[in-house]
Design a protein around this ligand. Sequence first.
Ligand SMILES: *Cc1c(COP(=O)(O)O)cnc(C)c1O
Length: 391
Amino acid sequence: MDTRRTTRALATEAVHAGRDDLAGQGLHAPPIDLSTTYPSYDSRGEADRIDAFAATGAEPDGPPVYGRLGNPTVARFETALARLEGTEAAVAFASGMAALSAVLLVRGSTGLRHVVAVRPLYGCSDHLLTAGLLGSEVTWTDPAGVADALRPDTGLVLVESPANPTLAEIDLRAVAHACGSVPLLVDNTFATPVLQRPAEHGARLVLHSATKYLGGHGDVLAGVVACDEELAGRLRQVRFATGGVLHPLAGYLLLRGLSTLPVRVRAASANAAELARRLAADPRVARVHYPRIGGAMVSFEVHGDPHEVIGGVRLITPAVSLGSVDSLIQHPASISHRIVDAADRRDAGVSDRLLRLSVGLEDVEDLWADLDGALGERAGATARPEALAQG
Ligand SMILES: *Cc1c(COP(=O)(O)O)cnc(C)c1O
């Protein structure tokens, strides 16, 4: 009898999940399948397979049919991400926003168009709900208000934790409890499954902008939803019908990205924790936000002009997005959250002086030297030590 344990640690899954069949095929690196279509001489059989997909959205047995219905390279990434998040399945999309759109369409198509959401969310997620672009109607509330905000037509509860860009954290177990039978979607982009697996706390859907940490190198735009097989089937059907598919090359890069996810997140988090500590002790900085669960994102409010800091970095790239091996900084009120109404943005804690730093894998002393230079002299001279706060 083979007595080797069957459950594997996250670090092991990160490099092996989605690749279980490779050695048996005499392969080491996963193949990239760029086919848009697949030959079949049995069209009666194809009719049955299409009917089965239309009924449940389960991945068709046997060879693939058409690129919009599923791709073997993308499926490897989906399998691996589901294993890391501890869900039955995962469904990949062309971007994080395509993934969220598919969730809203799946829930809305059941007639349950009302969404309960907690601010802040990523700016475009906020916009998609507020503008009702997909026919949803949103009630914004705080985590304690979720249960009272539910209506008979509520189809989804949506939260981010840590949230973009304030890094506010939510007690996921408590919110999941408050949701009752309404599915809870947690955007886990910032934490990644390395730091937090929302499904273990009762979330039914876990969403990632895979553009960020999962890809990890700033060269792939992608989204993914990890969930149970029933919802995954509905998401595949919507993906098939609306076409927001992930390209196979992106699927390959994401699978490769997952293999280093645990080491990248841990190393970048150690840098971020050190930078958060130094920023909190710096008189030019009014306030530092760093999550209790850790992570590689740091947000901070400056006493001086945040635009001067953005203009002053040399090593850190002044750019939107996050989760790359190199560090990025941006001003949420100008870019990532610009599309959110200014009053709503401020109510959600996104101050006009807030900067969002995505910490990469550079040497922490080089990062600090760059930040120190970008923070400049003048703000320090005018800062009042009693104004310091940490949260
Ligand atoms: C970037 C981001 C998104 C949107 O993802 P895209 O891949 O840019 O479409 C959604 N949620 C969070 C938390 C994000 O940071």
